[in-house]
Design a protein around this ligand. Structure first.
Ligand code: SF4
Length: 474
């Protein structure tokens, strides 16, 4: 089979992240289409002829994409789409079908899997929507066709058929081949948050999260992990073949298994990989031994979802974190020279102006290196979504409006407009707080390698706040 994988073009000139749970427009990051590279590699191993277009990464428009599609002449076209760029991404299907109606169009989007029927009804040119692990479902779909595969929505003589994933069909991450980086012309376009001089990529060492945060699309999913050996093998390839200097581990919660994390760090140190890296985790999954080990293995940044400075809200959304532990984790990271980026959600159930002030106070007291304030988004499949639908606040077709900078659902005490204002208020409180700047100057004095990054980051936040009012970015 001839299979073309496409990461669609940018949206209104802005970069889009279409990567598993992270499916957003993001002004300041251009990421490799890792999951499509992974799929390309798997399909190639199965003997298919594979081509890949990263239109977002290389800033290609639909004309350029279609020129390549026509030249390659695929039997199957696989692409990723996101909720807010839905119509823009689906345009690809229409164009491909107009070129050749026989091409099977296959879409991947983690956030909308619980709304498969709506997705299929809203996108006539989409033949199949993958609902299970793409590494398992797509190769079978290619081999057997849609009517003999589980974990898929597809059309059958005019009807939409939805076949849920088989729980036993889980992927073993250690079995996956290294993603097909050779299908990208270069790694130059890619960076996270602010451009750097060194080649950068994202990668996964685990997938899923067993915690129960009511706003999260990944909550209560099975945590699957790769062995330290498999992680190191991929890092070594990235270093040797592509000169990678910075990796962002895109796992939801990198440090769930402390022993595995320590083993990865040990192997990185012993292998002298000389790669700097970032990861995401929870505040209660860090301790002194772990943070020290991570720092000595090249960890330069940790993202923590703190979500709120109000313990009452944290308890109400089942975050399972004590604010005292959050403060300790932030302190530990800073003490060990690791930048700590904390994200907060304005508008979780129970939010009032007073709890917003508690969040602002928490940030001013704990002084993380960087902060991200989003508004609460009732993503499909989450408890937050169910309760918004129950209260009649949301229609399922509202997914196109699900931006993290613009609220569509208020709380009992705050309207969406007030939540938007509260978000800007929180940023303003931090960006006009001299002690925060002094804290970051101290970090740069202790870690002079971060000077360039600090300058670029400062320019970014000034632009972002004054010009873009924090839209489509953090
Ligand atoms: S800990 Fe993070 S990834 Fe896990 S459910 Fe909560 S928000 Fe989601």
């Amino acid at each position: 089979m001839k299979i073309m994988l496409v990461n669609p073009p940018r949206f209104q000139g802005l970069s889009v992240i279409r990567e598993e749970r992270c499916e957003i427009v993001e002004r300041y990051s251009v990421l490799e289409p890792y999951s499509l590279l992974q799929l390309a590699s798997i399909l190639r191993e199965e003997g298919h002829e594979v081509s890949l277009i990263d239109a977002n990464g290389f800033d290609l428009d639909y004309n350029e994409v279609m020129q390549r599609v026509r030249k390659f002449g695929p039997d199957i076209m696989i692409f990723r789409f996101t909720p807010t760029t839905f119509d823009h991404d689906m345009k690809l299907c229409g164009l491909v079908k107009r070129f050749n109606s026989e091409v099977m169009t296959v879409g991947l989007c983690w956030t909308l899997t619980s709304l498969a029927e709506d997705v299929m009804s809203s996108a006539e040119a989409l033949d199949c929507f993958v609902l299970g692990d793409y590494e398992v479902v797509v190769p079978r779909l290619v081999k057997y066709g849609p009517d003999r595969v589980e974990g898929i929505a597809y059309r059958d003589t005019g009807d939409i058929k939805i076949v849920p994933p088989n729980a036993d069909d889980s992927v073993d991450l250690d079995d996956l081949p290294i993603p097909a980086y050779d299908l990208l012309n270069s790694l130059e376009p890619y960076y996270i948050n602010t451009p750097t001089d060194e080649p950068f990529t994202i990668m996964y060492t685990s997938r899923g999260c067993p915690f129960s945060c009511v706003f999260c699309t990944v909550a209560r999913t099975k945590w699957k992990s790769r062995s330290a050996e498999s992680v190191i093998e991929e890092l070594r390839y990235l270093k040797n073949e592509h000169g990678i200097g910075l990796v962002s581990f895109f796992d939801e919660t990198f440090t769930i298994d402390k022993e595995r994390t320590l083993a990865i760090c040990k192997s990185m140190r012993e292998g002298r990989l000389d790669i700097n890296w970032y990861c995401n985790t929870r505040a209660n999954l860090l301790d002194e031994e772990l943070v020290k080990s991570m720092a000595s293995a090249g960890c330069k940044g940790i993202s923590l979802g703190i979500e709120s400075g109000s313990q009452r809200i944290l308890d109400r959304v089942s975050k399972g974190i004590d604010l005292k532990d959050a403060r300790t984790a932030i302190e530990l990271c800073k003490k060990n020279g690791i930048k700590v980026l904390c994200s907060f959600i304005i508008g979780l159930p129970g939010e009032t102006w007073s709890t917003v002030d508690e969040t602002i106070q928490f940030v001013k007291d704990s002084l993380p290196t960087g902060v991200q304030f989003n508004v609460a988004v009732p993503y499909p499949g989450t408890d937050l979504f169910e309760s918004a639908v129950e209260k009649g606040l949301l229609k399922s077709s509202d997914w196109r409006q699900m931006y993290q900078h613009e609220s569509i659902v208020g709380t009992d005490d705050m309207t969406p407009k007030e939540l938007n204002k509260a978000r800007i208020k929180a940023y303003k409180a931090l960006y006009t707080h001299p002690v925060w700047y002094m804290e970051n100057v101290k970090h740069v004095l202790r870690n002079p390698d971060d000077l360039g990054l600090a300058v670029r980051y400062s320019i970014k936040i000034i632009n972002n706040f004054l010009i873009h009012r924090m839209e489509h970015s953090h």
